[in-house]
Design a protein around this ligand. Structure first.
Ligand SMILES: [Zn+2]
Length: 297
């Protein structure tokens, strides 16, 4: 498997905690290149991208997890929104709505705001669920720790590290102790060990080695590593479907005005352009696939 972007979940035999390590080395700068993010915003989005596989690790769930930071609406000309999403295949994407080149610390950008985590099951019969908490802490990692503490009463240690387009994340999370073989002292011991982990070490060390260094005296068990993809869901195919649903008349109207059809993805900022010829080919192909007068009408 491609080991550049991977999620390595782990757990302990005494059942007091579980966790995961994320390393991402591919796709981040390609993904962020289409919007004019400042260095600070790119770093924050990198942290959000690295955090999402942690959120998905121990969830037996098919669908999408949506993490949204809403900035304090009182902040004029500031950050509006930061959104990160992951699906159960570990496809991750993230975006910020903010004035171009806005910069500043996490506290400057998002303190006073809200953090909402929404689970959107693929099965539409299953309702989505959402928890909203106030943003606490001086970093995205601390805000997520606060989320687990407030919303799920699960003490959690999270580290998020970014160096250029190299991202890494670590989580250690306590489990409900009623059914565990260990107790609070075991959790505190694991937490003390994990808290020694430095950002550079997390970025520069292979995940199994990180776990070995931290927990070599513990009964730790790793699960099969999984591959993470950093990419938007928008594609030429999805934009083609959108143009078809707009209809030929509407698209011809745009072509008459602009000589081409250009659709910019709201999420990643990528521009998808269709020439007049390409747009017409699209409708022609759709008519061949589904001729007018089809009995299904
Ligand atoms: Zn996109």
């Amino acid at each position: 498997m491609d080991s550049s972007n991977l999620l390595l979940p782990f757990t302990f035999d005494n059942q007091v905690a579980h966790g995961a390590i994320v390393q991402i080395q591919l796709g981040v700068s390609d993904f962020l290149a289409h919007r004019p993010y400042s260095a600070d915003l790119s770093r924050l989005l990198g942290e959000a991208i690295a955090a999402m596989p942690l959120m998905a690790t121990h969830l037996s769930f098919e669908g999408r997890i949506n993490l949204q930071f809403q900035a304090d609406p009182g902040q004029q000309d500031g950050m509006k929104l930061l959104v990160a999403q992951i699906d159960h295949h570990l496809n991750v994407r993230a975006m910020a709505k903010a004035p171009a080149e806005l910069s500043g610390s996490f506290t400057h950008l998002l303190s006073g705001g809200l953090l909402a985590l929404t689970l959107e099951p693929s099965n539409e019969a299953v309702p989505s669920s959402q928890a909203v908490v106030a943003v606490r802490g001086a970093s995205l990692a601390e805000a997520l720790e606060g989320y687990f503490e407030q919303s799920e009463q699960l003490p959690t240690l999270i580290r998020l590290a970014v160096r250029g387009e190299h991202l890494a994340a670590f989580m250690l999370q306590r489990l409900p102790l009623q059914s565990a073989r260990g107790g609070l002292a075991d959790w505190e011991h694991l937490h003390t060990l994990a808290a020694t982990l430095q950002h550079d070490e997390l970025l520069d060390t292979e995940p199994y080695t990180v776990l070995h260094r931290l927990f070599h005296q513990e009964e730790i068990r790793t699960f099969e590593p999984r591959t993470i993809q950093v990419a938007c869901r928008c594609s030429r195919a999805s934009i083609s479907l959108m143009l078809l649903s707009l209809g030929r008349e509407e698209v011809d109207g745009i072509l008459d005005e602009q000589q081409r059809v250009s659709v910019t993805c709201e999420f990643c900022g990528r521009e998808h352009v269709f020439t007049r010829h390409e747009a017409h080919e699209l409708f022609r192909a759709a008519e061949i696939a589904e001729p007018q007068g089809d009995s299904r009408h």
